[in-house]
Design a protein. Structure first.
Lengths: 293, 322
């Protein structure tokens, strides 16, 4: 079940990422002020749930956010997903909180979330990217002691953290007191606040998409995944819904022999008989690896 | 290592210049145990293709020129009285061959056409009290000339449906025609012999039957055939440049036999490409040939100036491939 949820999220993300390409006519017109990806901890513990938070602030009053693509979370298990849209004086804040859990220790890289929208400032379709995230999954609470770390060291670390928290609280209190003591300045005439636009990052490349496809196919080597990955890769090379392999192979993006190999291998994985699937999916992974090498 | 169908294709291509459609149709019909209807002007290597195929398989080739005075017995055979033996003897007709070219099939009256089509369907011929099985493999390639319709008997729709596929044969390109000149007028022809055997063909047929057709592909085939009956919303450019509804041009759509034909042909095409699973490309490639003669277009097709193939292409394009 856990694996199913993980794969479902990754597939949804991959599918959405591919589907988003080439539908500028349905993009929302937005003034993006901030678009960030965060986590409630940079060092989550194994088997302990934590949260990833995607925050989007726009100047417009909107009732839904479209064309927002979540990052691929192939190495985490999805436990829940909560979305909240809040109207604010400065516009609207969209906040999506994804509850996940890690089952392995080590470093996890999470790709940026993306948003496709028409920039209300210049009327151009843009793709906005959040920051990527790198998390370090560590062992359970008893692990440092079990790993040989001394009790004294752990206590010292705790004391250091408490000191830092205390200093932080004191600084905040000092700033608040100073601010309250200052006379309020005269109200300035309303001025246009110059808000730096969120950085439109360069669109993801075919290489990125095929890399994601490889991760997904490796995580769940089934026919359903192969079919989804095939559709996503097709859209990435410019193919549209309802075309056949021959049509897609005529696309300029499919001119590279390695891409053609990938397309053919995915076609086999999507349509071959069940007994051949065990060979067809690894062959598709191998074709993807050859492209990425 | 047995011979593969691709070897036969390559050998035939060395003999026939261009006309890949005719060669593919012949090989697909051979693998599906079906028959082909070819429509095109004379002189396009149809006879040569049939003869080359029979020779390449070391099989027997017969050509029957259909004329208005042809009799069913001229095709299937007859019984003659042998005066020396004082008994009737059976003389088998030219239909007893592996590859039969029924040239200008629409020039013979209905009962002759019917005799041929019954033999094609039953794969046996009854002459007097005896039933004679036809050889295996047995492929009939019937031709119709679209240019000269005077004195012809149109094939009834029910009989057209018995052909697995109908292929429109066009003129070769200039480059192909130059090669035809080079190969046949300037050089000596190298006849094909024994590229594969009739036993190989029977083995390939078994292989073709085992080619996997995925569920998604089956639904695609059914959707394609259904689109010929419910073509609402599909439009095609008419002669005056305006788009007309394809549904208004069709009296009746393809039968379930078309569904079966599409599946057989898709499997055979996959085998020709050395695959043991069919792809949407296989279905789409054979769809025009399997549907062309099974859709009943009405008079509006002509009055609106729409090409039948353009309407069929629009129908096929309207069904998204899986």
């Amino acid at each position: 079940m856990a694996r199913f949820l993980t794969v479902a999220l990754t597939l949804a993300a991959l599918s959405c990422a591919a589907a988003g390409i080439g539908r500028a006519q349905t993009l929302q017109r937005l003034t993006v002020t901030t678009f960030v990806l965060g986590a409630d901890t940079s060092r989550p513990q194994i088997e302990v749930p934590f949260h990833l938070v995607v925050t989007l602030n726009v100047r417009e009053r909107i009732s839904a956010v479209e064309n927002l693509e979540l990052p691929i979370l192939a190495e985490l298990e999805l436990l829940g997903d909560e979305r909240r849209l809040e109207a604010r004086p400065s516009g609207t804040q969209y906040r999506e909180t994804i509850t996940v859990v890690a089952h392995h220790t080590g470093s996890i890289s999470i790709a940026p979330a993306t948003l496709q929208a028409i920039d209300a400032r210049d009327g151009r379709a843009k793709q906005y990217f959040t920051n990527p995230l790198t998390l370090q999954v560590v062992g359970g609470s008893l692990e440092p002691l079990q790993a040989g770390e001394s009790f004294a060291g752990a206590a010292l670390d705790l004391a250091r953290r408490a000191l830092l928290w205390g200093l932080g609280i004191a600084c905040v209190a000092a700033v608040l007191i100073l601010a309250l003591r200052r006379r309020a300045p005269p109200v300035p005439p309303p001025a246009v606040v110059a808000v730096a636009p969120a950085r439109p990052v360069v669109a993801r490349t075919l290489r990125d998409e095929l890399g994601d496809a490889l991760s997904v196919l490796r995580a769940d080597p089934t026919r359903a995944t192969a079919v989804t990955v095939r559709a996503a890769v097709w859209r990435t090379v410019g193919g549209s819904e309802g075309e056949t392999l021959a049509d897609v192979l005529h696309r300029p993006a499919a001119a590279d022999p390695r891409v053609r190999d990938v397309l053919r291998a995915l076609e086999r994985a999507a349509f071959t008989y069940d007994a051949d699937l065990a060979a067809a999916v690894p062959a598709a992974c191998a074709a993807l690896e050859r492209y990425l090498a | 290592m047995s011979v593969r169908p691709a070897t036969l294709t390559a050998a035939l291509e060395r003999t026939i210049v261009g006309q890949r459609g005719v060669l593919d149709a012949l090989l697909l019909a051979l693998l599906c145990n079906g028959h082909v209807l070819l429509e095109g002007p004379p002189g396009l290597a149809k006879t040569l293709a049939c003869r080359a195929l029979a020779a390449a398989l070391d099989g027997e080739f017969k050509r029957i020129q259909f004329t208005p005075d042809l009799l069913p017995s001229d095709i299937v055979g007859t019984r003659v009285f042998d005066q020396r033996e004082s008994a009737f003897a059976t003389v088998l007709g030219p239909i007893f061959a592996n590859v039969v070219l029924a040239d200008e099939i629409n020039r013979a009256p209905a009962k002759v056409q019917s005799a041929l089509l019954e033999s094609m369907q039953e794969r046996q011929v009854t002459i007097g009290p005896q039933t004679h099985p036809l050889p295996d493999p047995f492929v009939v390639m019937a031709t119709m000339n679209p240019l000269d319709s005077e004195g012809t008997y149109a094939l009834p729709v029910a009989q057209m449906d018995r052909f697995l596929m109908k292929v429109n044969v066009g003129y070769p390109s200039r480059a192909e025609e130059l090669e035809i000149l080079e190969r046949f007028a300037m050089n000596e022809r190298r006849p094909l012999h024994g590229v594969a055997t009739l036993a190989d063909v029977r083995a390939w047929r078994e292989e073709a039957r085992a080619v996997h057709v995925d569920e998604k592909l089956k639904r695609y085939i059914v959707d394609l055939v259904a689109s010929t009956r419910e073509a609402g919303g599909v439009r095609v450019p008419a002669g005056n440049g305006e788009a007309v509804s394809v549904a208004s041009l069709i009296d009746y759509g393809a039968s379930p036999r078309a569904t079966l034909a599409l599946a057989y042909l898709a499997r055979a095409r996959a085998l020709l490409e050395d695959r043991d699973f069919a792809l949407p490309d296989d279905v789409r490639a054979v769809a025009p040939h399997a549907l062309r003669h099974r859709i009943g277009f009405n008079y509006r097709l002509t009055t609106q100036g729409v090409a039948a193939d353009a309407a069929i292409d629009a129908l096929i394009a309207s069904v998204p491939a899986p």
